[in-house]
Each structure stands twice: as C-alpha cells, then as structure tokens.
Design a protein around this ligand. Structure first.
Ligand SMILES: Nc1ncnc2c1ncn2[C@@H]1O[C@H](COP(=O)(O)OP(=O)(O)O)[C@@H](O)[C@H]1O
Ligand SMILES: [Mg+2]
Length: 248
C-alpha cells in the first residue's frame, strides 16, 4: 500500500521525506522564537493554495491577522487575495485574548475553548473545503490551559478533528532551549502528532545559522541529518544536500 503524500512545496524539504507529509495527519513544527516556525507554517499553506489548488486554514494565536498579511506580503504572498477567493481562512485567535475588538471574518472566543475552535473549523470547512491547516502556535493554548494532562487531551481533540475533516496539518510549538533534548514546550505536543520537525537557529561564532531536522515522521523513511536552511525573499529554502555538523 502506498500512502498519499502532501508536498509542502518548500524547496528542498519534500525530498528529505519521500515527497512530503502523509495526508490527513498532524505534524509538529518546533523551534525557539525566531527560528522560522510561522514562516514554515504559512509557506506550507500558501504553497497548497498556489501550487496544489488546496485551500488552507491558518489559526493565529499569537500574531494578529492584519500583521500576518502585512509581514508575508514581502514574500509575495497575497493572503488577502486568497481569502477573497475562498482559498484561505485566517482564524483570529489573538484579538479577543487581549481584549481588543476584531473585525476579522473568523474569530475564536476567549478564554480558549477547544469546542469553539472545532466549531469554527467545521464552519470554515463548509465554506472553503480546506485540505491543509496550520495552528500557530500551540504554545499560547498550552499557557491558557496550563495543566499539561488537560492540554494533551485538548490538543488531541484538535488534531483528531483536523484529521477527520480531511486536513493535513502543522501545529507549531515554541521551545525555550533548542540545545537541550526538549522538542516541545509542555512535553505533550509531540504525543498527539505523527511527526516532529525541529527548526534550529544557533549561534556559530559571530553568526546565527538556521537548520532543520526531521526528528520523527511516522511511516516515512526520512533524512536523519540536520540540514541548513535560509529564509530568502520568497520564503524558506532548505539545503537538502548539505549537512550541519556539530562542533566538538
Ligand atoms: N523577508 C524576509 N527575509 C529574510 N528573513 C526574514 C524575512 N521575514 C522574516 N525573516 C526572518 O524570519 C524570522 C521570523 O521567523 P518566524 O517564522 O516569525 O519565527 P518563529 O515563528 O519561529 O518565532 C525573522 O526574525 C527574520 O529573521
Ligand atoms: Mg511565530
């Protein structure tokens, strides 16, 4: 049996994992602040829309949708246009958190409520028929839920709903120290996902270097190496033929 692959379309990435992610599965993208998680997640959604004609849902818990639209326009991504075409839905899960009014089309209530997010996704599914989703980030939800055991259950509900809705999804997770072995913030995020991609932003002498590792990817014979990547004018480019060696 061959499993259907969903190419991320991120240059250099899909060849590290037999052509892409497995359809209807949920994956974790972990990394420290500034490591490129939001760019990776949105590039996956945008490539789905532009290259593969697959509508996408982006749930923003940390950055306001208007800022997201503005920041990503520099990469040439026309988010507002995709929204108008019903190819993209951005869920504003930030504004209400900080008590600000929001005139976004899709708003999530506060305090965080899994049921409401799930209902929102079902509504969006009826409207745009998405194939891909990104939740950026799980960490904000983890802080609002607080108890790790409950957080794990809530995340499992979200991930399972996404899978049942036919979505292939990325959940981002902000870790504090990439040098350690901790690949998730609350130690539970990686248990509800089928795979984990870790983004590193490490200092080497007086420069910072970006690299990426496919830590786990169930059902895939993936690269076990750490590959450098760059954020260029059109987004992330992974140097799949190069490796990063640690300095001992
Ligand atoms: N147009 C751009 N060109 C090059 N690098 C960029 C561009 N836009 C953002 N970046 C880089 O991406 C970083 C932010 O990445 P982001 O995905 O928001 O990180 P994270 O979500 O992991 O905190 C910025 O700090 C900057 O270094
Ligand atoms: Mg981010």
């Amino acid at each position: 049996m061959t499993l259907e692959r969903v190419p991320t379309g991120i240059p250099g990435f899909d060849e590290l994992c037999e052509g892409g992610l497995l359809r209807d599965r949920t994956y974790l993208v972990s990394g420290t602040s500034g490591s490129g998680k939001t760019v990776f997640a949105m590039q996956y959604i945008v490539n789905g829309i532009v290259t593969y004609n697959e509508p996408g849902i982006f749930v923003a818990t940390e950055e306001r949708p208007q800022h997201i639209r503005e920041h990503f326009s520099v990469f040439g991504w026309e988010l507002e246009k995709y929204e108008d075409e019903n190819m993209l839905a951005i869920v504003d899960a930030t504004s209400t958190k900080i008590g600000l009014p929001s005139d976004e089309r899709y708003i999530d209530v506060r305090p965080f409520d899994t049921r409401s997010l799930i209902d929102q996704m079902i509504t969006i599914q009826d409207e745009i028929g998405a194939e891909r989703a990104a939740l950026d980030s799980t960490t904000a939800i983890g802080f609002s839920v607080q108890d790790p055991a409950r957080f794990r259950v809530e995340l499992l509900k979200i991930a399972t709903t996404m899978e049942i809705l036919g979505l292939t999804s990325l959940l981002t997770c902000e870790i504090v120290d990439a040098a350690g072995d901790k690949i998730s913030r609350f130690g539970v995020e990686n248990f509800v996902t089928e795979g984990t991609i870790v983004l590193y932003y490490t200092r080497s002498e007086n420069v910072r270097v970006r690299s990426l590792e496919i830590f786990k990817l169930r059902g895939s014979n993936h690269s076990k190496k750490i590959h450098p990547f760059e954020i260029m004018e059109n987004g992330i480019v992974v140097h799949s033929r190069e490796e990063v060696y640690s300095e001992i």
